[in-house]
Design a protein around this ligand. Structure first.
Ligand SMILES: [Zn+2]
Length: 280
């Protein structure tokens, strides 16, 4: 019989010896292992999210979606009013001890001297505004940047990138806040950004980068990867001639295929292997 995801993950987690207790977030590891994983009080879903979050950081770094900067977060599976992300650190280097928890105003629950990302307000405001969203990526991917500073729309042009959605709004912090260092440092600025994102999956930030959201961490990461792929293809195509974007029906049908129950684990496993992390 095929093991359940929880049981498989429990064995993997034990074998890998990666279960470092994160003070303030978890009870002791033996206590977690003794829990009934089907119980609503179980910490196991949180541990699995921790591993996925580590993997997400490594994938985004490996695919050059993020460099020294940029970040990814996940909503706490036990408490929808909180989310988890690393302390201020380059995603390629993120480890368990770096993970911090925040409320939906961006306040750290138990900082223990760790410095959070300055732009965590992007994540906080989106989780507050979009209850269905469980993961947020913010990045400055180089291929995406030209579309933040021109009037050329970043439309999906290849089927694998259909998941980025038909509409990608461009947000400009200057319109409301004047001259700034371009970073989203205040929760009001994050809420302004979230309002511009509205119900879309991706948003471009003028002269800065992009935000990608997903109903799961896999979806957010894969969408961020393919947003960059689409931008690369579009830049190359425009040097050859006038690109033909997917139409709305192609986007709808293709994104259902790309995010089917079979396709997501296949893509996640592939990108985990490329990044040198075990798929969880
Ligand atoms: Zn940024």
């Amino acid at each position: 019989m095929k093991p359940s995801r929880n049981k498989l993950s429990r064995r993997e987690l034990l074998n890998a010896f990666t279960l470092l207790a994160v003070p303030g977030l978890l009870t002791s590891i033996p206590a977690v292992m003794a829990q009934d994983s089907d119980s609503p009080d179980s910490d196991l879903p949180l541990l699995i999210e921790f591993q996925r979050l580590i993997a997400a950081n490594r994938i985004l770094a490996n695919e050059n979606v993020v460099d020294a900067f940029g970040h990814v977060s996940v909503r706490d599976p036990r408490n929808p009013d909180r989310f988890i992300m690393s302390r201020s650190r380059s995603p390629a280097l993120v480890e368990f001890d770096d993970l911090m928890e925040f409320d939906l105003s961006g306040n750290a629950i138990d900082a223990r001297g760790r410095t959070p990302y300055g732009e965590r307000m992007i994540h906080a405001a989106i989780y507050d505004a979009r209850p269905e969203i469980h993961s947020v990526v913010h990045h400055h991917a180089y291929a995406v940047l030209p579309f933040t500073i021109t009037d050329v729309p970043l439309k999906p042009v290849v089927h694998a990138a259909s998941v980025i959605g038909a509409e990608i709004p461009v947000w400009d912090i200057r319109e409301r806040y004047g001259d700034t260092d371009m970073l989203v440092r205040r929760i009001e600025q994050g809420r302004y950004l979230a309002a511009t994102l509205a119900d879309n999956t991706c948003l471009l930030m003028r002269g800065h980068g992009a935000v990608v959201v997903g109903e799961s961490i896999e979806r957010a990461v894969l969408t961020a990867v393919y947003l960059q792929v689409n931008a690369d293809v579009l830049l190359q195509a425009r040097a050859l001639g006038e690109p033909v974007p997917l139409n709305d029906e192609e986007i709808r049908l293709s994104s259902a295929t790309q995010f089917s129950p079979l396709a997501i684990p296949r893509a996640w496993e592939y990108f985990c292997q490329r990044a040198g992390v075990d798929p969880v």
